[in-house]
Design a protein around this ligand. Sequence first.
Ligand code: SAM
Ligand code: SF4
Length: 336
Amino acid sequence: MAMADPSRPLMTDGLGRRISYLRISVTDRCDLRCRYCMAEKMQFLPKNQVLTLEEIALLADLFIARGIRKIRLTGGEPLVRRDIGDLVRRIGRRIGTGLDELTLTTNGTRLVDHAEMLADAGVRRINVSLDSRDPERFAHVTRGGKIDQVLVGLDAARAAGLAVKINMVALKGVNDDEILPMLRWCGEQGFDLTLIETMPLGDTGEDRTDHYLPLTLVADRIRAEHALTPLSHRTGGPARYHAVEGMSIKLGVITPLTQNFCADCNRIRMTCEGKIFMCLGHEDHVDFKEALREGGLPAVEPLIDRALRLKPAAHDFRIGAGEGAATRRHMSVTGG
Ligand code: SAM
Ligand code: SF4
């Protein structure tokens, strides 16, 4: 399959939104257990329920033929999947032949081993999650992570020429005092920073209401120190960007709770089991795995159109007393 195939319809949902961005969760496993993301003891999927790398690559090609221009690999932790380099190289070969961009979201713990591979395969930008630069806090939030691994990984990414955006989930009473220092540190390092509101996805054994921090409040606090100028720059995702006075980096905010961004959503997500979710916040999905295993790609293609009809107008996340998780799925299953 070459570029987007002119004989096939591009993907447009029932509300006329053109779908051009696919996030693929390549594994539900992870070497960390971030408190807002996973429970301490997670039950991971048995191997035969997880798509093989070959199956993921075939489905990625099909989506590119139907007009997907940007793919982000995520997880779980994508770099813990064995032979992940094979998939990155394979999808990377589609850059310029249908695909505009291949990116990755990682916790950074294994970047030191993979940064060069990513750059060689055509990846230009990565998101690295880092909620605290304090070793003890980092270990607390991630339930045992070692920050040095991430810092060494960030150096490796820079050495390989990858542009880095730090993702920081803003957590009241956990890292809110680190947001301004993180912004300044990112400025020194040349990393962009995106702040994320905690979303009610899956049971983590912790109450997210306690740590929910509206980013509108955070932005006001930052503005007291640095003027923020909204930018029209978009990367295809939900973040809205600002220029920060006195710094050459961009500050992004992802505000699913305080400022809904669904009207121009261009994204769909594929889990490592081959389920296509049209919205992070809804349970509706279409399962591609069985169709693929029984009937190959021709059996999958009609399911794409079924999936498009399922895309809701908006998520309905709420955080507050008495509100449970919006979905039983953890973010690590659907892919952040
Ligand atoms: N393991 C990789 C990582 O941590 O970057 C990729 C997967 S992780 C699920 C993707 C992103 O989702 C991370 O930036 C993480 O902080 C964020 N995330 C996970 N659970 C979340 C939640 N409940 N609310 C908001 N962001 C969440
Ligand atoms: Fe793992 Fe990423 Fe979830 Fe943290 S946020 S537990 S690193 S998948």
